[in-house]
Design a protein around this ligand. Structure first.
Ligand code: URA
Length: 461
């Protein structure tokens, strides 16, 4: 039984360690929910901010306050929304949490003003994260411990804590500090330290590390996808002169404008693969072990696109190495295709599954996940430039053709892709594995090998 506070205060002080203290928020909301304290009775303060007067008693501790039941979507939403600068965010999340206890599907109602408000906050924070990744510019300094890269950035929201992990992964072997007005992050090559906010004058003003940043920029920024107008709104022209990679912009725009596909990939397969490891374009990265990127030679004549990694692929980090992959290998060999000469990848790069006990059961990706992951597939295609893209099954077909496909009807013949390049659709090997009838399995397998032979001829592989 949760003890009710002996006497009800007019308000309670809800203290967070910093403005985006998600763990603190969870602890307080759990307690408030257990005590039945409504949102208007919590007075949110950020400790360390001396300017805030202490007016109310702190929230009484409730040991073992039960964890409220909420959909995972709420945790994701709250983690982003708490990083927004709006002072309304805490009360809003508190109110949503209370309502979710009686309306578990509340978040599906986009017409609900509170849901909409939280979604808008989360979107603004996501945009700000994207800007931080794109615009943070390190400058090289050095001290007795060696090179030290320092960047100054002014985010619109509290995104540094949310995204410091990205910079740690990206620049793990360098010593760096990102200074912002609210808080600064320092990576000493082993651990991340949080330091007070700083001012622009604390950051060095000259000598951007041009080569590192041109490479980084070229591998992360895709101006053609953003289109020139959108690009200007992402990176207003007034900033361009200060950025080391600005020299690349006219060239990238020119390429963007002349490519009929409207898509361009820059960088190398290796750095796109590397970047994909930190992909958060859809929620599938969370339960998955790792991003499973494509593999094979740049310049392969044939690109083979499956659906998504399965259990084995997720663990090993390579496409088509589980049972479907073994069947594919066998069929490729029978069709005279050397797998190592083809580029093998998937429409979706993270394993999507449902947990049943200890088993992870494959779950097909939805259209949104396929669309989110097309970002990587497009870049693989632009770098490999295959003569033919062989699509295995409906998800690959959707990713490449941008529409639902009827595999049974459209398989086995050349299909032009929307950008004019050559495609070819056939069944997915898992389909063959699932066929219950042995005779049908043999016949379908033979058809599959025939399709592979036709694709090989078409690709000139
Ligand atoms: N199925 C796929 O579509 N891709 C893999 O990599 C494995 C199984």
């Amino acid at each position: 039984m949760i003890p009710a506070p002996a006497t009800r205060a007019a308000s309670y002080r809800a203290e967070l360690a910093h403005p985006a203290d998600f763990e603190g928020l969870r602890r307080i909301l759990r307690t408030a929910l257990a005590l039945g304290i409504p949102p208007q009775l919590l007075d949110w303060t950020i400790t360390g901010d001396e300017s805030l007067p202490v007016r109310h008693p702190p929230l009484p501790p409730v040991p073992d306050a039960p964890t409220p039941r909420v959909p995972k979507q709420f945790l994701e939403l709250a983690q982003l929304a708490i990083s927004h600068t709006s002072p309304r965010r805490f009360r809003l999340l508190h109110s949503l949490l209370i309502r979710l206890q009686v309306q578990p599907r509340l978040l599906e109602d986009r017409s609900d003003p509170e849901v909409d408000d939280a979604e808008q906050m989360a979107k603004a924070v996501s945009r700000d994260r994207h800007k931080m990744r794109a615009f943070v510019r390190f400058r090289e300094t050095s001290d007795e411990a060696g090179p030290h890269y320092i960047a100054w950035f002014e985010p619109s929201h509290h995104v540094l804590r949310l995204d410091a992990g990205f910079f740690v992964r990206r620049f793990a072997s360098q010593r760096w500090t990102i200074l912002t007005p609210q808080v600064s992050a320092h990576w000493n090559r082993q651990e991340l330290e949080w330091l007070p906010g700083a001012s622009r004058n604390d950051a060095p003003g000259e000598d951007p590390v041009e080569e590192i940043w041109k490479t980084y920029y070229a591998s992360t920024f895709n101006p053609a996808r953003l289109k020139v107008k959108a690009m200007e709104s992402e990176m207003p022209r007034k900033y361009w002169k200060n950025l080391p990679e600005a020299a690349l912009i006219p060239q990238l725009i020119a390429q963007a404008e002349t490519r009929s596909s409207g898509m361009i990939a820059v960088g190398t397969l290796a750095n796109v693969r590397d970047e994909a490891q930190a992909c958060r374009r859809c929620p599938l990265w969370q339960p998955a072990t790792q991003t499973v990127f494509g593999e094979g030679p740049e310049g392969a004549r044939l690109m083979i696109v499956g659906e998504q990694p399965g259990d084995q692929e997720d663990l090993q980090g390579r496409p088509f190495v589980g049972p479907a992959g073994q069947l594919l290998d066998q069929a490729l060999a029978e069709a005279g295709i050397d797998r190592s000469s083809a580029y093998v990848t998937n429409a979706v790069k993270h394993f999507k599954f449902q947990l049943r006990g200890k088993r992870r059961l494959h779950e097909a990706p939805n259209a949104g996940e396929i669309e989110a992951c097309r970002w990587w597939l497009d870049r693989e295609r632009a770098l490999v430039k295959p003569g033919l893209v062989l699509m295995l099954g409906a998800s690959a077909g959707r990713a490449l053709m941008g529409r639902a496909v009827a595999v049974g009807k459209e398989r086995g013949r050349p299909i032009p892709l929307p950008d004019g390049s050559a495609g070819f659709l056939t069944v997915h090997p898992s389909y063959l594995l699932r066929l219950p009838d042995e005779a049908a399995k043999q016949a379908e397998y033979a058809r599959f090998v025939d399709d592979l032979r036709a694709a090989k001829a078409q690709a000139g592989a």
